[in-house]
Each structure stands twice: as C-alpha cells, then as structure tokens.
Design a protein around this ligand. Structure first.
Ligand code: TYD
Length: 136
C-alpha cells in the first residue's frame, strides 16, 4: 500500500565552520522531477494543515526550521513522522491522506512537489479518499 513507499530520506550535509549546507537533487535524493516548491510559515500554535490526499502528486517535506509532525494514512494504516532537522525529508507518495500538526513556533515547512498546483488532483473528502484507496 501507499504508506509503505513513504520514508524519511537523509540528505547530504556538508559541514563547515561557516555553517552547514544541504542540497536536494531531483531523481537522485527524491524519486521524482521537482516541478514546484511551496512553503508553510507563520503557522499559529495548535494549527493543523493538510487534511487531504493527492491522486497522483508525489511530495518531499522538509522542516527547514523548527519542527512539526506529518501524519500519513493510506486507508489501511496510519503513521506519524516527526520532522525537526533540515537534512531529513519525508517522501510522500500519491494516495496518502496527510495532516500536519504540532508546529513549533517559527517552523518553516518546505514542500517539493512533482507537479504544478492542480486542484483536480486533490481528494479533500476523507470518506471519498477511503473508498478510492480501498478500491485500489
Ligand atoms: P492546501 O494545499 O489545501 O494547503 P495545506 O498546506 O494545508 O494542505 O492549499 C491552501 C490554498 O492554497 C488552496 O486554496 C490552494 C492554494 N495553493 C496554491 O494556489 N498553490 C499551491 O501550490 C498550493 C500548495 C496551494
């Protein structure tokens, strides 16, 4: 199922007295071509983001600053990932319901995505998601 494809990927970290450097290359560190980058910031304490699934979109989520949790649900199982380092990212395959919560103050969530924004790719109704996920 979709959740088994999701995993934390450790990115290269070039340590330097002047500060550390991390990079992400399409099709190398993330298993897709990067077509879009977006980020969440100024998230108020207690807020929850996400709350939807994508039919085809693949994403890679990085806590650029601070920390937050990503809860993934593929209709069969649920798993919570805690992201708190900018050299770790979470690969999220298609057809996973995701919720982001537990944002620390000042957290910045960067998302690399495999396609441009397309509302038609979203499933925003959880019951509909479960039905489609279980139908395979
Ligand atoms: P949404 O994906 O629902 O946010 P969340 O991060 O909580 O899952 O997007 C929120 C709004 O922003 C929605 O109206 C669509 C818009 N949006 C874009 O226009 N382009 C984008 O790349 C993204 C991610 C969202």
């Amino acid at each position: 199922m979709a959740l088994q494809d999701c995993r934390i990927i450790t990115l290269p970290k070039i340590q330097d007295r002047r500060g550390n450097l991390t990079f992400v290359e399409a099709d190398r560190h993330v298993p897709f071509d990067i077509r879009r980058v977006y980020y969440l910031y100024d998230v108020p304490g207690g807020a929850e983001r996400g709350g939807h699934a994508h039919r085809t979109l693949q994403q890679f989520i990085v806590a650029m600053s601070g920390s937050f949790d990503v809860v993934l649900d593929d209709g069969i199982a649920t798993r919570r990932f805690h992201l708190n380092r900018s050299y770790f990212g979470l690969y999220v395959s298609s057809m996973n319901w995701r919720s982001l919560d537990n944002f620390s103050s000042g957290a910045v969530c960067m998302v690399l995505a495999s396609a441009h924004y397309d509302e038609a790719d979203y499933i925003r109704d959880h019951a509909q998601f479960i039905k489609q996920a279980l139908a395979g």
